[in-house]
Design a binder for this molecule. Structure first.
Ligand SMILES: Cc1cc2nc3c(=O)[nH]c(=O)nc-3n(C[C@H](O)[C@H](O)[C@H](O)COP(=O)(O)OP(=O)(O)OC[C@H]3O[C@@H](n4cnc5c(N)ncnc54)[C@H](O)[C@@H]3O)c2cc1C
Length: 598
């Protein structure tokens, strides 16, 4: 593998590769790794290589600590209490992308979620077909006897044991006394039962220990973030003669030409690349395929700059349309988080038992209530929202797209897909226990659009958070879950009696209006952006086919979070490695079949 930020070092500079991967982030590096076993692959990554950065590598660095990989853009004003709110959209830009800065919480989709994805017109994406790809990516470290005594468990058949991505529980388990109290309390408030393993695809309300994307070396007793860079790129055994990685260079656009396949499809022939410091525009050609993996914020922007998107919109920006695909940048969505809820510890609490000085991870245990757990038997009545607003802002390309997605979401609810996440961890300074709640499967939809042809400018991502009523009602339930946890033993016994008041959370007796006010004033993005190049039928606004090929092209595929049409990955990363493995498999099989055919 050759990693450089200097094109002069590509000497003589090859101008042609078999495959070009745009974006060396979470999914991009995984795809590149698999393709480069037998093929010449160029990865172009806008951010730097920060291999030795301790802030990033140490999994116990307090979440959110700035690093050269942390970037943020501000979304257009979103709904808020008494008007609008400006919310930061954080993302990673370096080798590893989001996986180099995320909270490493490892979760997977459920059987119900993957059924919804498949029913949307994506054969081959159901749970049974998808599980082997998640397993292929993973080396799971089973809990040792002490971790097991402290509560961690697993189901071997769910996991992979020889893939590049390290998945393990912290060793020793972080604050097991706190974890077990949180589990018991969650069981009580939502009527849940303990699940041995989050990765088995279980639907139905459950509570479980989280594992994290951490490489754990039993001999060295060392733990390191298992970013995609530290999984698929840096380790010696993953080194590839055929792989070139160009960092600190941005792909401005993709070059296309009319193909001679007789079906009117176009072919992606190369990319225009520029150093992020400026300088000449370079052209690199791809002889086989181009794989777009710049993430849900940037992949639609690159397509739009390349003339792929809604033709009218492109013409208004002065861009010559190459392919009219109205779904590009539509169906954009994110979950929401209720965060920063910090319950001060009970006076005299034994902090070493219930907090973990220097070893905090986000989300040590997680509760996953379903709509039945959170709202009772009539919970699916929630989903009677009108399409009008979403349609007017371009969140869906037509009313049918919204009604199909609503129906699939309702069906997932009936199959007991979790709708809420409630998770807990100690505060980094060991003075408090923190509660967080995250929505799953939101219905609000928005857009990612460029507003200039300047390739150095960020696109405008507008998720229109909480604009569908069901999402707001679920958010109110999320806040109520946090309040209930604070007054329900045994968790309540670990925190101060007036913890709820001091945390500023509406009490259990607060009215729905009071809770809604608090939600609108405090919610933040879930930072699991998806959907902006959705995998679904073209007439519903789909951008890629189940083979992840951009409709109307012969050889342009997308492998990143933008292809997910529904938010069925509660946390995205482990599922995205599955997407990347499946993408690589489909690409390589296409080569094999063309060789047999020739
Ligand atoms: C702060 C934070 C916390 C999170 N916590 C969790 C968690 O605990 N668990 C979990 O599972 N998920 C978590 N996530 C979500 C998860 O990390 C992302 O969904 C995932 O990393 C997205 O992967 P991707 O491959 O789609 O894109 P990315 O990983 O974002 O990769 C895209 C790459 O493309 C590059 N790029 C963009 N434009 C260009 C261009 N024009 N040319 C070249 N390169 C370009 C970017 O620099 C980036 O490196 C978190 C995310 C964030 C930001």
């Amino acid at each position: 593998t050759f990693i450089t930020n200097d094109t002069a070092k590509l000497d003589p500079r090859p101008t042609s590769y078999e495959y070009i991967v745009i974006g060396g982030g979470t999914a991009g590096l995984a795809v590149a790794n698999r393709l480069s076993v037998k093929h010449a692959v160029l990865v172009v990554e806008r951010g730097p290589d920060i291999m030795d950065n301790e802030v990033v590598n140490n999994p116990f660095t307090p979440f959110g600590t700035p690093s050269p990989c942390h970037f943020s853009m501000t979304a257009p004003p979103q709904v808020g209490f008494n008007g609008t709110r400006l919310l930061p959209l954080t993302h990673g830009s370096c080798l590893g992308g989001g996986s180099s800065i995320n909270a490493m919480m490892g979760s997977r989709p459920t059987f119900a979620g993957m059924s919804a994805l498949e029913a949307l017109g994506n054969p081959g994406w159901g749970w049974n077909d998808f599980l082997p790809y998640m397993q292929k990516s993973e080396t799971f470290t089973p809990p040792n006897p002490q971790q097991h005594t402290d509560g961690a468990d697993y189901i071997a058949s769910a996991h992979g044991f020889s893939g590049p991505v390290g998945v393990s529980f912290a060793n020793p388990l972080v604050a097991p006394v706190m974890q077990n109290a949180a589990i018991n309390t969650s069981e009580t408030i939502y009527g849940l039962s303990l699940s041995p393993d989050l990765g088995m695809g279980f639907s139905g309300g459950h509570v479980a220990h989280f594992y994290h994307h951490i490489h754990f070396n039993d001999t060295l007793k060392a733990e390191r973030r298992s970013s995609s860079a530290w999984s698929y790129l840096y380790p010696k055994k993953e080194s590839r003669r055929g792989l070139t990685v160009l960092t600190q260079h941005r792909v401005n656009s993709i070059l296309m030409k009319a193909a001679k396949d007789g079906k009117g499809n176009i072919t992606a022939t190369g990319v225009l690349v520029e150093s992020t410091e400026g300088g000449p525009i370079l052209t690199f050609h791809a002889t086989r395929e181009i794989i777009l993996s710049a993430g849900a914020l940037y992949s639609p922007a690159i397509l739009q700059r390349s003339g792929v998107g809604n033709s009218t919109f492109l013409k208004n920006l002065g861009i010559k349309p190459v392919l009219d695909l109205p779904g590009v940048g539509s169906n954009f969505q994110d979950q929401i988080l209720l965060t920063n809820v910090s319950f001060p510890l009970a006076p005299g609490a034994n902090t070493t038992d219930i907090t973990a000085p220097g070893r905090v991870l986000l989300g040590d245990v997680v509760a996953h209530p379903t709509v039945r757990n959170a709202f009772g038997e009539n919970g699916t009545d929630l989903l009677n929202s009108s399409v009008d607003f979403t349609l007017s802002v371009g969140g869906v390309v037509n009313a049918e797209a919204f009604s199909v997605q609503t129906a699939l979401t309702a069906n997932a609810y009936l199959m007991d897909h979790p709708i809420i996440e409630l998770f807990f961890n100690p505060s980094p300074d060991s003075t408090a226990l923190r509660a967080w709640s995250q929505s799953i499967l939101p219905l609000s939809r928005g857009t990612v659009r460029i507003n200039t042809t300047d390739p150095s400018a960020d696109p405008i991502p507008n998720a229109h958070f909480l604009t569908v009523d069901a999402d707001l009602q679920i958010a109110v339930r999320m806040a109520r879950g946090i309040a209930q946890a604070a007054v329900t033993p045994p968790f309540s016994e670990l925190i101060a009696r007036d913890a709820l008041e001091r945390a500023g959370v509406p009490g259990v007796g607060a009215s729905d209006e009071e809770v809604k006010t608090w939600v609108l004033a405090t919610y933040t993005p879930g930072i699991h952006f998806i959907g902006s190049n959705s995998m679904m039928p073209k007439h519903l606004g789909g951008v890629v086919s189940p083979e992840l090929r951009v409709y109307g092209t012969t050889n342009l595929r997308i492998a990143d979070a933008s292809i997910l049409p529904l938010s069925v990955f509660p946390h995205t990363t482990l599922g995205l490695y599955g997407v990347a493995e499946k993408a690589a498999d489909m690409i390589l099989k296409a080569v094999d079949s063309s060789m047999w055919g020739s």
